[in-house]
Ligand binder design. Structure first.
Ligand SMILES: *[C@@H]1O[C@H](CO)[C@@H](O)[C@H](O)[C@H]1NC(C)=O
Ligand SMILES: *[C@@H]1O[C@H](CO)[C@@H](O)[C@H](O)[C@H]1NC(C)=O
Length: 349
């Protein structure tokens, strides 16, 4: 009796394990990632550099390909061209894996405005300075950092030095970090979703024409305390016309760090930036916003809704800051602002 009961138990255990195993296989089979390449600069993967893995993705790719970048600092510029969609770029944590470079623009912001105003990446040295450029649609990154270290040495004469440029439609970033000083993250064009990301910078550190939700992200001002009299600008949004897409929505998360910051300045007349339920440290200048390249402040949509903290005190704000009604707030903060179904079809965590 004893042995056969033991056998029965073992059989039951085996069946249970098989059941669990098949459950695991089915759930991973439903994951849309078709294959994985690993990048390891020490030679333990399929590639030693991130760009060589990207180059291996076929043009016109239609299945999600994961590029897993093992821990390390990868000193290279990486471009994902528009021909290579459906890439999932993944690191071993944004403190462990980073792509880093130190290019810069050598140009004034006015040149950028006239040259890049049409949204053409090839025109602007600022855009070229980016360490990481993604022009493909359908891109996901997670657990990885993008850095531009050009201004890290000396912030007294900063130049435009982009860490990442996101120029495709339907891109999402989870638990990523973007480190720079001037023009850290070029949220260039397209619909983008950033969740639990860290963006550090001092001047225009989120800029572009993009239409994006930043969900639970941290904006970290790294203006040197010695430059306290020179505030920076967290955002420089570039929406051109009333009918143009675009808008940066910061939802939850926090704004903190050193120095002082305007929440944004209008790169173009219809700039649109909303801070919603964000915690703001005491680094925000009372006026909050600047009109900059907008001749008529009424076309600008800059708003703060239900934010908290000493930086969120609206007493000294410019009179033209928009007061949004409930319906307008919903339009910006609801995920439908960027998502018509694409987000849930991407590989998630
Ligand atoms: C972008 O600019 C480059 C260089 O001036 C030009 O060759 C190219 O045709 C432009 N592309 C578009 C889409 O305007
Ligand atoms: C907001 O700022 C004004 C002007 O500096 C000040 O008088 C007021 O007490 C502040 N409000 C809060 C809630 O801190």
């Amino acid at each position: 009796m004893q042995p056969s009961r033991r056998h029965l138990l073992l059989l039951l255990l085996l069946l249970l394990l098989l059941g669990v195993a098949s459950f695991i296989t089915t759930s991973s089979a439903s994951s849309p990632v078709s294959r994985t390449f690993t990048v390891d600069q020490r030679g333990g993967g399929d590639f030693r550099s991130v760009q060589s893995a990207v180059n291996f993705v076929p043009d016109g790719n239609r299945e999600w390909i994961r590029i897993h970048v093992k821990a390390g600092s990868y000193k290279e510029k990486v471009t994902i061209p528009s021909e290579k969609p459906y890439i999932l770029l993944e690191g071993d944590g944004s403190r462990n894996t980073d792509i880093t470079f130190d290019a810069h623009a050598h140009t004034g912001i006015d040149e950028l405005v006239t040259g890049g105003g049409s949204g053409n990446v090839s025109n602007s040295p600022t855009f070229y300075s980016a360490t990481f450029i993604v022009l493909a649609d359908n891109f996901v990154a997670r657990n990885i950092a993008f850095k531009n270290t050009y201004n890290a040495r000396d912030k007294s004469k900063p130049d435009q030095a982009v860490a990442a440029l996101v120029g495709g439609d339907r891109s999402a970033f989870y638990d990523c970090a973007f480190h720079g000083f001037q023009d850290t993250l070029c949220d260039f064009v397209g619909r983008h979703y950033f969740r639990r990301c860290l963006i550090s910078g001092g001047v225009d550190f989120v800029f572009g024409y993009g239409q994006s939700i930043y969900d639970g992200c941290t904006l970290e001002s790294n203006m040197p305390p010695s430059m306290r009299r020179q505030p920076g600008w967290v955002t420089a949004h570039a929406r051109l016309a009333a009918g143009s897409p675009g808008g940066f929505v910061f939802k939850g998360g926090s704004l903190r760090g050193s120095g002082r910051q305007y929440l944004g300045r209008a790169w173009n007349p219809f700039a649109t930036v909303v801070f919603y339920r964000m915690s703001m440290a005491d680094i925000v200048v009372p006026q909050g916003w600047q009109a900059w390249h907008s001749p008529d402040v009424s076309s600008i949509t800059f708003a703060e809704v239900e934010c908290e903290g000493r930086g969120a005190n609206k007493t000294g704000r410019v009179a033209w800051e928009k007061q949004l009604d409930e319906e307008q707030v919903h339009k910006f903060v609801d995920i439908t602002f960027i998502d018509d179904g694409w987000l849930s079809k991407q590989p998630s965590l």
